[in-house]
Structure formats: C-alpha cells, structure tokens
Design a binder for this molecule. Structure first.
Ligand code: ATP
Ligand code: MG
Length: 573
C-alpha cells in the first residue's frame, strides 16, 4: 500500500483523554478514533491488526475442530428470562424494544442464543461433541468504559461454546481450548500467564483467565514463584491462617479515645500498634437491602467476590455514610462488631485467629482494645473473605505468593449443565435416554488483545509490533525525490509485494524526519531507508524497529533477507 492512498491520520501530540500507553498510541498512530465513551471506529491500519489477530484465532479454533458460525447480536428477552440473566445481568445489558414493544438486548455474550440453537437442532449423542465459535461485536454497558479498546461498550469478541455428552468429554474439550489459547497468545507474540479465575456472572464450575502481564493491567494476580500456581486475587484461595498469631490470654476489654483516627494507619499511630492487631469492620448492603458486616485484619483487604460467593448473591455495595451512621450511631471509621445489633457478622479466617485486638467502638472518636470474639461479640460465619496478597503462603508449595498486574485477554469456563438445565438442552444417548448437554464457554477479547500487545510492545517513539500482528511487515522510506531513489523504491516495492511481504510505501512529499517519526510511531517491524548517500555506494539501510539495529544491504538482496526474517522468525504459518 502507498501512504498517499491510505487513510492514516497520525497525531503528533499526545491525545489528552488517553490514560494508558496503548490507547495513546492507537490514537496517535491512526488505528482507531473515538465515537462516544467506549465506542470506537477502527481505521484501516487498526482493522488490519484486528483482522490478523482474528485470523490467528480462527486458525487455532479450526485446528481443534471448532466450527465458525455467526449468531445475531440482537436477541429476544425471552431467552434471557429463561436463564434469569435478564434480571441478573443488571445495567450492563443494553436493552431495547422493537416497534411492537417486545424486549430485546444486544448480546454481551451468547450462552442463551447458542443453547437455544442446540436444543432445537441437536438430538443425538452421535452429533456430539459440538463446538461452535464466532467472532462478533459484543455490547456491554460498562460502568467505566476506559483505556480505548481495553474496556469498551462495543467490542469484538471471539466466543466459543462446547457441548459434550458428559463431564469427561467437557473436560477434554476445555483442555484442548486451553491449549489452543496458549497457541493463540504465543502466536500473537504476547507474554501471558493462565491463572485460576472466578466464574462471575457466567457461572459454572471451573475457569481460567489468560492474563497478559502489564503494569497497567486492571487485574491483580498472585503467583507462586516455585510452582505453576497462579490465580486472580478475586479467586485466589487464602489458606486458613487462623493459627498464625499465638493465642494470648484474654485481657479486659477497654474503650479508648482515638480522636479523629479513622483509617487503620491513623488508629495504629494513636494507639502505637501495628495494623495486624486491628480489625476493620466493613459494612455492606446486599441485594435484599440488608446490611452485613465483614471483619478483616487491618493489613488485609476484604474480597467482595468471595463474600458474594459465600452469601450466594451477585451484588454487594459498600454501605453509604447514612446507613453506617444509622447502624452504628457513629460516623464512618468507627464501626465495630461489639454491640452491633441486627447485622450479620462475617469474619475472615485471620480475624478468627486473633486475640486482644482493636475494633471500632460504634462511637465517634472511640475504639475498643483487647476485643475477643465470642466473649465480646458473636460471629455468624468464619471463612476466606479476604484478598490474597504478596507474602501469603502458596496453596501449592512452601513458597510465598507474589503479585503482578495483568490484562485479562481470554477466559475459559467449564459450565457443566447450568445453561442446558435451565433451557432444556438435551440429547439422547445410545440407549435412547435423555441427558443434559455438558457445556463450556470460551472468550477472547480481540481489541483488548491488540491493546495488550501494544502495552507490551512499544517504546517512547511508538509501537514495536510483533511480526504476526503488525499492520505491515515493512515500511519503505524513500528519503529524496532523486531519480535513482525513486527507481530503486519502485523496484523494491514491486518485488516485496511479489514475495507476499506486506509493505507500506511512504510516497508522501514529506521531509525524511517526518517519515521516520511516523514509521517509528506506526511500528512496522522493519524499515527500509532508501537514500542517495547509500545508493552512491549501491546500498540501502534496513532498520529493525524494535532493537533499532541498522544494517546496510544490497537492494538485490533485500527481499530474500526479509523473507528469512519475516516468515521464519515471524512464526507465520
Ligand atoms: P472483565 O472482568 O475485564 O470485565 P469479563 O470477565 O467480564 O472481563 P468475559 O465475559 O470473560 O469478560 O469476556 C471474554 C473476554 O472478552 C475477556 O477475557 C476480555 O478479553 C473481553 N472483554 C470483556 N469485556 C470487555 C470490554 N468491555 N471491552 C473489551 N473487551 C472485553
Ligand atoms: Mg466484565
């Protein structure tokens, strides 16, 4: 392609609205443009990258026998009511009505639609296993759409659904998807890690997320440096550490003054102690509008996903100031379990093991010291209600867990019969007995994968694309208008294309500096610089974008040279 024939609106300045590097670079290099919050247009360069990622996904899905379909984005409310997700999905589901006032939604995921297809069409065990996938636009009215394609309200997802006769078959399918995901993210040139994950709104029995490691990631993961164990902190199990503190003989309960001390650090400073001697009382509101209190140690964080799972609810919000005041008769910051009536109290394991600790006194500027459970207040349940953190013991070895940030690019779930039971998706076995199909579902965020790739592959001059997903392999940069430069450029342009190398020719009437800046920004893995000085010696310059390494080559050898680099090292099949 010639730059003059291609719509590549690059920006010199950093766009103010973009908080993360991938978003900034996608805007600056003319890959995307914003239409509204979380809604983007893909411009020619951006679409080329999207299509490359899609193609890798397609090849790997086809390789494991998944079949491509295209389900509608618009789906009728009835299907979602069957699984109760019409209510459960809440505000994230974009709902609309047709001219007959019938309810529809724009699909955020497609379990309902695909299960409906299955129950209508599949009868016999002979038709199983069946795995269908699609690459399609999804809609989710995210609370905080941000970071460009990373968290959009409209975004491209690959979603796949497997149907098997039994658990064993489903597990096998899950495993081959898991391996396909490994190949996909390896081929896209990403550094990633598969981690154990929570099953969230989709539900089901087991799940892994594929995380691209990046400091800007929204997800926090813990991993064991000595085993393969890694998990999302939402999910990471904290081994019961009830015995980690020595049991002390109970001391008399004492109310002490802690003026203005609301935060853990403030209380510790007033009482001259450490956060692990203090218990935080977090008040939450549940969907049935009742309040619950969750006790976690001062140096720990409550984990709302675990609390929700324990209570079997799907929403939990921190109680507002008025509710806290009404329940505790004190301003926020002084809540405690002693004398807290009519509120269910959950305590994290670590709190269960403490004695003589500090809690809020439900009175302004006051705390209790030497609080002890059972003697001073009653706990309704003890469990794993806190976030794993670095230094926690690994559940799989003697090592201590470490933390890292990640971007979730893919998610695989074993669903069991959750959807097939709700929607009556059955098949007949060889004896003619009816069974529910055992399902799995598997998603990849295509745009998010591209954004994650940029987070991992950039420098201060622009993007440094991995070869397999680069919009072009080579950027041809003639730096003058001299006849010899133009002649060599045209020859090479034709030759490279002949050799199936994707080449972008900067044929604009611009200064060399402008061309170099744009080429570095756009980030094709190789730049070929054709100038008079070099040609006087019969050579041109080849620059590898990522390393910045420059070599001098003969024009006649360029194509062969690049073929070697791109098709051999670039892992292109
Ligand atoms: P998140 O926790 O980030 O909201 P999710 O768990 O809701 O993700 P899934 O329902 O598992 O996501 O969707 C499958 C994949 O789709 C995710 O792994 C992610 O790559 C992508 N994805 C999900 N939500 C978005 C979004 N708002 N914008 C872009 N990609 C998304
Ligand atoms: Mg989500």
């Amino acid at each position: 392609m010639r730059t003059t024939h291609m719509f590549i609106p690059t920006l010199r300045e950093d766009p103010g609205e973009a908080e993360v590097i991938s978003h900034r670079l996608m805007l600056r290099s003319g890959l995307i443009r914003k239409v509204a919050a979380g809604i983007y247009s893909y411009l020619p360069l951006g679409l080329r990258v999207i299509r490359k990622v899609e193609q890798i996904i397609r090849e790997e899905m086809n390789r494991i026998g998944a079949q491509e379909v295209l389900l509608p984005a618009l789906s009728p409310a009835e299907l979602w009511k069957e699984t109760e997700r019409w209510d459960f999905y809440g505000k994230e589901l974009i709902r609309l009505q047709d001219r007959h006032d019938r309810d529809f939604c724009l699909g955020p995921t497609h379990e309902e639609v695909v299960t409906d297809l299955f129950r209508r069409e599949v009868r016999s065990y002979r038709q199983l296993p069946l795995t269908l996938y699609q690459i399609q636009t999804k809609f989710r009215d995210e609370i905080r759409p941000r970071f460009g394609l990373m968290r959009g309200r409209e975004f491209i997802m690959k979603d796949a659904y497997s149907f098997d006769q039994n658990e064993e078959g489903s597990r096998k399918n899950y495993q081959s998807m898991y391996e396909a995901y490994h190949r996909i993210f390896t081929r896209t040139g990403l550094q990633f890690r598969a981690v154990e994950a929570d099953t969230g709104l989709i539900g089901g029995t087991s799940s892994h997320e594929f995380m691209v490691l990046a400091n800007t990631g929204e997800e926090l993961i813990v991993f064991d440096p000595e085993s393969s164990y890694a998990a999302n902190v939402e999910r990471a199990e904290v081994v019961s550490d009830m015995a980690s503190h020595p049991v002390e003989p109970p001391q008399p309960l004492k109310k002490v003054s802690t003026p203005q001390a609301k935060t853990v650090m403030e209380v510790c400073s007033v009482l001259d102690t450490t956060p692990d001697r203090l218990v935080k009382t977090m008040l939450y509101r549940t969907p049935d509008n009742s309040l619950i209190a969750v006790l976690v140690r001062g140096d720990h964080q409550a984990n709302e996903v675990k609390i929700q799972r324990h209570l079997n609810i799907h929403e939990l919000t921190l109680a507002d100031t008025e509710s806290v005041q009404a329940a505790t008769n004190a301003p926020t910051g002084f809540a405690g379990p002693i004398g807290l009536h009519g509120v269910k109290i959950l305590a994290d394991y670590a709190v269960g093991g403490l004695s003589n600790f500090i809690v809020g006194a439900n009175e302004a500027n006051m705390h209790y010291v030497n609080a002890n459970r059972d003697r001073d207040f009653t706990i309704d349940a003890i469990g794993d209600f806190r976030q794993a953190q670095s230094g926690d013991p690994s559940p799989h070895s003697l090592a201590k867990l470490e933390t890292a940030r990640g971007i979730e690019v893919g998610h695989v779930f074993m669903l069991g019969t959750k959807y097939s039971e709700k929607m009556g998706a059955t098949y007949l076995d060889s004896q003619g007995t009816e069974h529910f199909a055992v399902m799995g579902c598997y998603g990849i965020g295509v745009g998010r994968t591209v954004a994650a790739a940029i987070e991992q592959n950039h420098d201060d001059r622009g993007i440094t694309w991995p070869i397999p997903i680069a919009p072009f392999h080579v950027h041809l940069l003639p730096v003058t208008h001299s006849e010899s430069v133009q002649k060599v450029t045209q020859t090479l342009y034709a030759e490279l294309q002949q050799a199936n190398i994707e080449v972008l020719l900067d044929d604009r009437d611009e200064r060399a500096g402008v061309k170099f800046n744009d080429a570095d920004l756009i980030g094709a893995p190789y730049q070929v610089i054709i100038g008079d000085k070099g040609l006087a010696q019969g050579t041109i310059d080849l620059k590898e974008r990522k390393s910045g390494e420059k070599t001098t080559v003969l024009p006649s050898e360029l194509t062969k040279h690049l073929q070697e680099k791109i098709f051999k090292q670039g892992n292109i099949s």
